[in-house]
Design a protein around this ligand. Structure first.
Ligand SMILES: Nc1nc2c(ncn2[C@@H]2O[C@H](COP(=O)(O)OP(=O)(O)OP(=O)(O)O)[C@@H](O)[C@H]2O)c(=O)[nH]1
Ligand SMILES: [Mg+2]
Length: 247
C-alpha cells in the first residue's frame, strides 16, 4: 500500500523533462544565452554575463509550469565540435546560435562566387573542407574578402553537419540570430532567407523537422522568452518521436 501511494504521489507531482542542446560556433553567445534563460526563469538570479569560452559543458534545468527544460551548453570551438554528436540521441530540441554580427551580409550567392574566384586564383577557399572549415577567425591579413562575409561559410557547414546526422533526424531546430543589439548585426530576415532556409531546405538539410528562426540578444535578454516558448511547444508536439523523462 505504501508503495502504491508513493507511486501515485510521485506520478502526480512529477513533470516531464526535455533536453535542449545549445550549439553554434565559438563566440556565438550560447553561454550568455544560458545565463539569461536561468535568470529569466528564476526569481532571484542575476545573469552572469561575464562568460569565458566553454571547454566542456554547462548544464542548467529551468522549471516551467508544466515541464522542465534541461539546457546543455557545449563549447563551440573547432576542437570541441566533435563532442556534440554524443548529445544528439538524447536531446529533444536543438538551438543553433548565430552571431549576427559575424556573418557578413548572409548572402550565399556571394559566398559561392568568392569560392569560385579563389579556386581560379589557386587561393585558400574553405568550401567543402568539412564542418570545421575556416576554423580560425578571419583577419584582414589572411584574406580581405573574409572580412566581408564573416564566418557564414563555417556556420553553414557546421549547421549542415548537425542536420545531416541520423540522430538529429526530426528534432525541432531553433536558429537564434543572436547579438541583435549590435549596430553591425545582420537582420533576422536576411539570415533566414539568405542562409538558414537554404540550409534547411537544401540537400543537406536532413529530414523534415519543425524549425524556426528568431532574433534575440542574449546580452539584453530580448527574445529569450519567445525562444523558450517556441521550444516548449515543439518538444511537446514531438513527444511521441522523442519521449521526455519523468522527474
Ligand atoms: N553584443 C552582444 N554580445 C553578446 C551577445 N551574446 C553574447 N555576447 C558576447 O559574445 C561573447 C561570447 O559569448 P559566449 O556566450 O561566451 O559565447 P559561446 O557561444 O558560449 O562561446 P564558446 O563557449 O566558445 O562556444 C561574450 O563577450 C558575450 O558577452 C549579445 O546578444 N549581444
Ligand atoms: Mg560558451
Amino acid at each position: 500500500m505504501y508503495h502504491l501511494i508513493k507511486g501515485l504521489y510521485l506520478y502526480a507531482t512529477s513533470k516531464e523533462e526535455y533536453s535542449v542542446l545549445l550549439l553554434g560556433l565559438d563566440n556565438a553567445g550560447k553561454t550568455t544565452l544560458l545565463e539569461q534563460v536561468k535568470a529569466t526563469y528564476s526569481t532571484h538570479a542575476h545573469p552572469n554575463l561575464k562568460t569565458v569560452p566553454t571547454v566542456g559543458q554547462n548544464v542548467a534545468t529551468v522549471s516551467l509550469p508544466d515541464l522542465y527544460l534541461k539546457f546543455w551548453d557545449v563549447g563551440g570551438q573547432h576542437a570541441l565540435r566533435g563532442l556534440w554528436q554524443s548529445y544528439y540521441s538524447s536531446c529533444h530540441a536543438i538551438v543553433f546560435v548565430i552571431d549576427s554580427s559575424d556573418i557578413g551580409d548572409a548572402d550565399l550567392e556571394k559566398l559561392a562566387l568568392r569560392a569560385r574566384r579563389r579556386g581560379r586564383g589557386g587561393g585558400h577557399g574553405r568550401a567543402g573542407a568539412g564542418p570545421g572549415a575556416g576554423r580560425r577567425r578571419p583577419s584582414r591579413r589572411d584574406d580581405d574578402d573574409d572580412d566581408d562575409h564573416g564566418r557564414l561559410a563555417e556556420c553553414r557547414l557546421v549547421l549542415e553537419d548537425v542536420l545531416q546526422h541520423s540522430e538529429t533526424e526530426g528534432v525541432p531546430l531553433l536558429v537564434l540570430a543572436n547579438k541583435q543589439d549590435r549596430e553591425d548585426c545582420v537582420e533576422v530576415v536576411r539570415i533566414k532567407e539568405g542562409f538558414v532556409r537554404r540550409v534547411i531546405e537544401g540537400d543537406k538539410g536532413g529530414a523534415v523537422r519543425d524549425s524556426r528562426v528568431l532574433p534575440c540578444s542574449a546580452l539584453t535578454g530580448t527574445g529569450v522568452k519567445e525562444a523558450v516558448e517556441w521550444l516548449c511547444s515543439r518538444v511537446k508536439w514531438n513527444r511521441e518521436a522523442r519521449p521526455p523523462v519523468l522527474r
